[in-house]
Design a protein around this ligand. Structure first.
Ligand SMILES: Cc1cc2nc3c(=O)[nH]c(=O)nc-3n(C[C@H](O)[C@H](O)[C@H](O)COP(=O)(O)OP(=O)(O)OC[C@H]3O[C@@H](n4cnc5c(N)ncnc54)[C@H](O)[C@@H]3O)c2cc1C
Length: 578
């Protein structure tokens, strides 16, 4: 006899919400001849699967930071039940229709626009949702969820227009959430509100908000708070809005010249350390120089395995530094004459790498100096990414780090290590993102071209003093000043759960249903995604997947992780509980 139907609510339908839906029905199909669930799927934006970040109607200035080659999102298998079936869906590579060999052995890595991967995610969503809707198993609700309350074994989900839905299980796949603005942003908001000559954008996205200003015919000096990937998207969008364009002058290195629009535009980025993002290698052949052999990755994995369940381990990220130093030292030696000239042994290199990973300010003749002008540093990174100049040790470590990340994330998620240790591991991974999550070479070439044309002003990039004057934000550095009439914040909110301002989270925290892993991190969850609650009296079937679970899960920010094993664990758990 069939058990009564249960209602599962998936809140948020970006890539993880899609993956949750797929995994739920895959898992169910292994267990039942007829599905015995109803799914309520909530999404506050208009597109499911892509969600807001990969929405298909966004400007082309928004690029993915993962190459097409590395976008190894696997196919979805056919899902069969007694009375109906859901067709399989191709992997990203197959979906592009391109020759696999051309994707894998490329001359130039292709980095898709975020809207392009959005096309894929939406099509993948539609192909499963349409069948489920026809069979009355799925109800898509395009509303923002405001609160989730728990009462007598049931969740009540209230949306922004005050409709209440009930569910037996809830999973939050709501991704990135707004956090409390910093003191600086609050001060700027007050300043901007009382000033008719200035424009403040507290977030970069959607870019369309910023593009509502007239950059084509009106002169603007734009301060860009943040010097990372979002700032590059913004710079691309503004230069295009200004009427400018990039001309590739060297196909091999993607070097460019920028042709400006008619009206003056100045872009003035700045950050706390002024360090630029580091471009990824130009093509698969160059990336192979940094790809550790499988054997070394396995050794790396087994070293992490030895520590991951040690509840008494007290030495921060030392174990990780030691494990990765081995891999990186080996890889640097294998570069031979492509590396900086040196006579160091593997052991000596390991020591240098450990010092570098343990100390951001560590200096060494194999490490690219942080004293260079920013343009010079960017040029060095481009030359290394194209293997046209000797490769520094830090560039090599950063690329090796990227190749080790999937193993690192697998081993560190839901480990038994102390919160402080996990926090130290995440801190180091965040630091290395400047290299490992770096942009394509074209992005850095664009920044250089803008700087050579005097559009991108890098004189203030390293932590300028900022004064609020009638005309705008006055930035000062080394006796130079510039005043910006527009200020754009391109710094993304942190995953600190206690700083999140959305009511869905603040209420769950208030009701003690969720709790942070660590003061600087996300929600504590079990391996099946269910939250670990402070409220011991009640067991809640509410799960959190993705960015908000940062801490319990390591490595939540990359698109590939959305289709990883953690979502399957959650789905298997739901089906077990049925
Ligand atoms: C600007 C930006 C650029 C990025 N670029 C890259 C990149 O190039 N490469 C990469 O690997 N990763 C990138 N990321 C990381 C990104 O987090 C992941 O790639 C991926 O989007 C995570 O998927 P998700 O489904 O967990 O979250 P999201 O994609 O954020 O999806 C969450 C969904 O939940 C919805 N939602 C939120 N709150 C509610 C609510 N209360 N009620 C209903 N719906 C709600 C949102 O509208 C959204 O559609 C980027 C992140 C940001 C913020």
């Amino acid at each position: 006899m069939l058990k009564p139907t249960k209602t599962i609510a998936i809140i948020g339908c970006g890539p993880r919400g899609l993956s949750a839906l797929e995994n739920l029905f895959i898992s169910l199909s292994h267990n039942s001849i007829k599905p015995i669930i109803n799914v309520l799927l909530f999404e506050k934006e208009t597109q499911c699967g892509s969600g807001f970040i990969y929405r298909t109607n966004q400007p082309d200035a928004n690029w993915l930071n993962i190459s097409e080659r590395a976008l190894t999102i696997a196919q979805r298998p056919e899902i069969s039940f007694e009375t109906f079936k859901i067709d399989g869906f191709p992997s990203y590579h197959d979906w592009t229709g391109k020759n696999k060999d051309a994707i894998i052995n490329n001359e130039l890595e292709i980095f898709p626009k975020r809207s392009k991967i959005g096309d894929y995610l939406r099509a993948r969503f539609t192909s499963i949702a349409s069948v489920l809707e026809q069979n009355n198993l799925l109800n898509c609700i395009f509303e923002e969820v405001e609160t989730v309350d728990y009462n007598k074994n049931n969740f009540s989900i209230k949306t922004k227009n005050n409709t209440i839905y009930s569910a037996d299980e809830v999973v939050l796949t709501i991704g990135h959430q707004n956090t409390k603005p910093s003191k600086q942003i609050i001060e700027w908001e007050d300043f901007n509100a009382s000033n008719k000559k200035t424009n403040l954008f507290k977030t970069s996205y959607p870019l369309e908000n910023i593009l509502s200003l007239n950059f084509k015919d009106k002169e603007h000096t734009v301060g860009l708070r943040g010097f990372g990937l979002a700032m590059i998207d913004v710079a691309r969008a503004l230069t295009e809005a200004n009427g400018g364009f990039f001309e590739i002058t060297d196909k091999k290195t993607q070097a460019m010249k920028y042709h400006s629009g008619k009206t003056k535009l100045s872009l003035v980025p700045f950050s706390l350390d002024g360090l630029p993002m580091v471009s990824k290698p130009l093509n698969s052949k160059i990336d192979a120089l940094f790809t550790p052999p499988d054997g070394l990755i396995l050794t790396f994995e087994s070293k992490l395995l030895q520590v991951r369940d040690n509840t008494n381990y007290n030495n921060g990220s030392d174990f990780l530094v030691e494990a990765i130093a081995d891999v990186a030292a080996n890889q640097y030696l294998a570069l031979s004459n492509k590396a900086y000239t040196h006579n160091y042994s593997a052991n000596h290199l390991k020591q240098v790498i450990s010092n570098y990973l343990n100390n951001e300010d560590f200096k060494h003749d194999l490490i690219l100096s942080q004293k260079h002008a920013t343009e010079v540093t960017m040029k060095h990174f481009i030359d290394m990414a194209t293997a046209t100049q000797p490769i520094s040790l830090d560039y090599c470590i950063g690329q090796v780090w990227r190749h080790c990340e999937p193993t690192l994330y697998k081993m560190m998620s839901h480990s038994k290590l102390k919160d402080e240790v996990i926090s130290a591991v995440i801190k180091l991974d965040e630091r290395m993102k400047r290299y490992a999550f770096g942009p394509p070479i074209e992005s850095l070439q664009q920044l250089l071209a803008l700087s050579y044309e005097g559009i991108l002003d890098l004189n203030f990039v390293n932590n300028p003093e900022i004064k609020l004057l009638e005309k705008g934000w006055q930035l000062s550095k080394d006796e130079q000043t510039i005043t910006c009439n527009v200020m754009i914040n391109s710094v993304l909110d942190s995953p600190k759960i206690e700083e999140v301002t959305s009511t869905i989270i603040t209420n769950l925290l208030k009701d003690n249903i969720i709790q942070p892993v660590h003061k600087a991190l996300g929600i504590a969850t079990q391996e099946n995604g269910l939250v670990i609650s402070n409220n011991n009296k009640q067991k809640h079937n509410i799960a959190v997947l993705g960015r908000l679970a940062k801490g319990s899960v390591v490595g939540v920010d990359a698109i590939l992780e959305c289709f990883g094993p953690r979502i399957k664990n959650w789905a298997d758990g739901v089906v077990e509980r049925l």
